[in-house]
Design a protein around this ligand. Structure first.
Ligand SMILES: NC(=O)c1ccc[n+]([C@@H]2O[C@H](COP(=O)([O-])OP(=O)(O)OC[C@H]3O[C@@H](n4cnc5c(N)ncnc54)[C@H](OP(=O)(O)O)[C@@H]3O)[C@@H](O)[C@H]2O)c1
Length: 295
């Protein structure tokens, strides 16, 4: 979609790079970041909470040790979820906080953790039942005017929640779960709204969080993988690349946020952009997912 974001066509998601997954050390982070950049994935997705509030700082150490990296990458992070964690002793229960004070404090902390002067994109991680769009707009405008955050968006927002915030400021991204296993945004208006309002849709768990990796033993996943493998032979591609090509064919311009800890999978995802499935092939995959033809 035409908007002013200059992000790579595949975004590298860091959620499983640290304590919530691979337990990368600083060298691992540096190698992964460099390999992603080399593959063409220059945009990295974070959230304050990843690794129980530790992954941003671990990634930031890699930037601190090689500051030249910063000019080659774009950094996304999120705020608004308050988890119960040892390093957040003030949190008694998991809750959301989209107050002006919390947004600004969280962004300041992310800047420090990531060893950067600016964040390319800040997202409200989840819709907060108590959110006041005017309050969020004030926080965003303060962060923008100080040059600390360049762009703003939301994550996991439905159409009316996005429209509510759009009435106060420009929502540039909605990061939601979209995959062949989770097609709701195609039908619930979220992608329609993205096209209409020029909001970039980013898909988290674009490969179903890895459950399509041959591990899943359910009928539906088997059907999807079988069709994707047949198409993979035609396009000389892996079934994972076919499933990403399926996502990227949507006219809303979905940018996958890939959660892999392996740079070669990022490279394969970038190459999947060149696979142009026919409409019939796209619908064959949809049929495999739903179990029936369209009406
Ligand atoms: N906004 C939100 O609320 C939200 C929620 C969840 C996630 N996210 C973001 O989205 C990113 C992706 O989420 P996810 O990890 O659930 O998504 P995913 O990319 O669908 O799944 C990644 C998992 O699948 C495995 N996998 C197996 N085959 C793969 C292949 N060919 N290519 C890529 N991965 C493969 C990976 O293992 P290997 O490491 O072994 O490759 C990894 O465990 C996260 O890192 C985070 O940045 C955002």
């Amino acid at each position: 979609m035409a908007n002013s974001l200059n992000f790579s066509p595949v975004i590298a998601g860091s959620m499983k790079w640290g304590k919530w997954g691979a337990h990368f050390n600083t060298t691992d982070y540096q190698r992964m970041i460099e390999n992603c950049i080399e593959a063409g994935a220059t945009t990295f997705d974070h959230a304050d909470i990843y690794g129980n509030y530790s992954t941003e700082a671990e990634f930031g150490l890699a930037i601190k040790e090689n500051p030249a990296i910063r000019n080659q990458v774009q950094l996304i992070t999120k705020c608004g979820i308050c988890m119960v964690a040892p390093n957040r002793p003030g949190h008694q229960i998991k809750h959301y906080n989209t107050s002006k004070e919390h947004i600004i404090e969280s962004a300041e902390r992310s800047l420090k953790n990531l060893h950067t002067d600016f964040i390319d994109l800040l997202l409200i991680h989840r819709p907060d039942a108590l959110m006041d769009p005017g309050d969020i707009a004030e926080a965003f405008s303060q962060l923008k005017n100080s040059g600390k955050v360049l762009h703003f968006g939301v994550s996991n927002f439905n159409t009316s929640q996005t429209a509510l915030l759009q009435s106060c400021f420009a929502v540039e991204v909605n990061q939601v779960e979209i995959s062949i296993l989770h097609t709701d945004p195609i039908y619930n208006g979220v992608l329609d709204q993205c096209i209409k309002e020029k909001i970039q849709p980013q898909s988290w768990s674009p490969l179903g969080g890895g459950i399509l990796n041959g591990i899943a033993d359910d009928e539906r996943s088997r059907r999807i993988i079988a069709v994707a493998e047949i198409l993979g032979e035609k396009y000389a591609a892996g079934f994972d690349q076919i499933l990403l090509a399926w996502l990227m064919k949507h006219p809303a311009g979905i940018t996958p946020v890939l959660g892999t800890t392996k740079a070669e999978r990022i490279k394969a995802a970038i190459l999947a952009r060149s696979i142009d499935l026919s409409r019939e092939e796209w619908y064959m995959l949809l049929r495999a997912a739903t179990g029936h033809e369209v009406p």
